[in-house]
Design a protein around this ligand. Structure first.
Ligand code: TEU
Ligand code: CA
Length: 567
């Protein structure tokens, strides 16, 4: 049980919209705000209670809006401020809150702060960014050895002043210097401006990268990597809690809004400090441990893939469920715009597509914490293995491909990693119906539609009461009716079962037993009666035809069967 209860952001379910790929209203091939407005009844039918909107601000789109050139203007591709206001009103009219993306570890290099900053060393904005002199070493002229998330060095030389600026992401995403109090003033004023317009909170992009260790020391070099890993010096840095505390005091405190940090590289102990109900500056964080389970530890990037194991998924889940019990609140997710499609990654997207998508929905909604559904997940949308690198749009994928080709790796090998892990898997347009381009646009979509839209689309699933969409609708509704689903203490059972992920949730007198068969063959939860003391109970929800009371003794779970039992 959490130390804090009854908050709207705990009891609700969030839905993430990646606006470029959601719905296009004017035929230019790019999703937009009017497109979202046209689908508000769809969101209301699903039953979600809050939307996290990926960036819609003015941006040159080097990283699809995560490179912002004006925090207080709307990207022309997406519409106008009046469209945004209409979206907010339309959501609020349906009882749905709106959480905006806040990207303040870095700006675009086209932001006027950076345009000024690069002009001269004396410019009043110079110190808004992280500038350093280069080294005398012709082989390694960069100020330190850090690599960028998007390949290459994390530094770029600027001829105008003959200094280098830091960019942990792309060359068009210079990192802000949070040591400078004027940067903090400007960011906090901008946040307050949005809150005054009525937004219900922020999802804060890589917010735990904002404090860099003094001296910016070189990072460790893994294997034969060309650059060092600076993470130890910019993740959870020395002043992070201070900066977030200041943000809390000056911006968030006293308002009924949510602060959700995106925090790669946090562990439960650090997270518990960030989201402590009394002293923590934020309310929830997105941790990444389960997102790393299919990365080969011997590789040099996330594209070096390895099979994930159920055992490891159980370990990570338990670590976070127990790790924040009573001292924080989990943000639950299996997908987002940076990750592959969950049914392709953790399920079986061919033979047991429908069953495994519903099992993953059950897993997401039966842990302690707040579920985040990523657009299209509720339709069981799948990965898309484009044959050619030409079809990809994501800067991370394209830079990686170019860099690795230059190092001599084969196209086939690289495309394999990209098929499994590339971010464009989750950025193909939402499949609304079986008309051309899946009903996403009447024009040419900015990225190809997944060719499976004839079988997988919203219109078909809305008409089919057994669809993945209706399963999501039911489980979202169920969570609202059963506080045990929200607040119950999580306890793993059948810990070493090779196929079944089983756990109980307990809240006062209310006990649920969740059984998830993560495999293509049937499985028996042998020993569960002894371990839990529960012989059976009533089925609350499941993805096979079961109803009424079921007994644990002799129970066999079908492939990818999920069942939630009230004992
Ligand atoms: O992502 C940060 C992050 O650490 C990763 O998920 C990363 O983008 C990538 O997928 C690593 O392989 C956030 C945003 O969600 C992402 O879309 C942006 O590209 C990034 O920050 C920079 O703003
Ligand atoms: Ca459009």
């Amino acid at each position: 049980m959490s130390a804090v209860t009854g908050k709207w952001w705990q009891e609700g379910v969030f839905y993430q919209i990646y606006p470029r790929s959601f719905a296009d209203s004017n035929g230019d091939g790019i999703g937009d705000l009017q497109g979202i407005i046209s689908k508000l009844d769809y969101l209301a039918e699903l039953g979600i209670t809050a939307v996290w909107l990926s960036p819609v601000y003015q941006s040159p789109n080097d990283d699809n809006g995560y490179d912002i050139s004006d925090y207080q203007a709307i990207m022309a591709d997406f519409g106008t401020m009046a469209d945004w206001e209409a979206l907010l009103a339309g959501l609020h009219a349906r009882g749905i809150r709106l959480v905006m993306d806040l990207v303040v570890n870095h700006t675009s290099d086209e932001h006027h702060w950076f345009v000024e900053s690069r002009k001269s060393k004396e410019n009043p904005y110079r110190d808004y960014y992280i500038w350093r002199k280069g080294k005398d070493d012709p082989e390694h002229p960069e100020p330190n050895n850090w690599g960028s998330f998007f390949s290459g060095s994390a530094w770029k030389h600027d001829p105008q002043t003959d200094e280098w600026f830091l960019h942990i992401f792309s060359q068009k995403q210079p990192d802000l210097n949070w040591e400078n109090g004027r940067v903090r003033d400007d960011v906090f004023d901008m946040m307050t401006w949005w809150l005054d317009k009525g937004v219900d909170g922020f999802r804060m992009d890589v917010i735990n990268f904002i404090s860099k260790a003094p001296g910016l020391p070189d990072g460790a070099v893994h294997g034969d990597a060309r650059y060092g890993d600076g993470a130890a010096y910019y993740i959870n840095g020395p002043r992070l809690l201070e900066f977030l505390g200041e943000m809390n005091q000056r911006v968030l405190a006293g308002r009924d809004v949510v602060g959700i940090g995106e925090t790669p590289g946090v562990d439960p102990d650090y997270a518990a400090k960030v989201v402590n109900p009394e002293t923590g500056p934020l309310d929830m964080v997105f941790q990444f441990e389960h997102m790393g389970l299919d990365t080969d530890p011997a590789g040099t990037s996330k594209f070096d893939v390895a099979p994930w194991s159920l055992e490891a998924l159980k370990q990570v889940t338990v670590r976070w469920q127990n790790g924040l019990e009573g001292r924080g609140w989990n943000a639950l997710y299996l997908s987002n715009h940076d990750q592959p499609r969950q049914v392709s990654r953790f399920g079986n997207d061919t033979r047991y597509w429908r069953e495994s998508a519903k099992l993953l929905a059950t897993f997401l909604h039966t842990q302690q914490g707040t579920p985040f559904i990523y657009q299209g997940e509720e339709l069981g949308m799948t990965n898309v293995p484009f044959d050619s690198i030409e079809d990809y749009r994501d800067i991370e994928t394209l830079n990686f491909f170019r860099e690795q080709r230059a190092l001599g790796r084969s196209e086939t090998e690289l495309l394999h990693g990209i098929h499994v892990k590339g971010r464009d898997n989750s950025r193909t347009p939402i499949q609304w119906d079986d008309s051309p381009n899946a009903g996403f646009t009447t024009g040419t979509p900015w990225i190809k539609v997944n060719p499976n839209y004839n079988e997988i689309n919203a219109a078909q699933q809305i008409a089919d009461s057994e669809s993945i969409f209706h399963y999501y609708r039911r489980i979202v509704a169920l969570r609202k009716q059963h506080p045990v689903l929200i607040y119950g203490r999580f306890q793993l059972v059948l810990a070493s079962h090779p196929q079944i992920f089983a756990y109980t949730r307990t809240h006062g007198d209310s006990v649920l037993l969740v059984l998830l068969n993560f495999s293509d063959t049937s499985a028996t939860p042998a020993g569960i009666v002894d371990e839990t003391g529960h012989a059976g109970g009533d089925v609350l929800i499941g993805n096979y035809a079961r109803s009424g009371r079921i007994e644990m003794e002799g129970l066999s779970l079908a492939p990818w069967e999920a069942v939630v039992v009230k004992v």
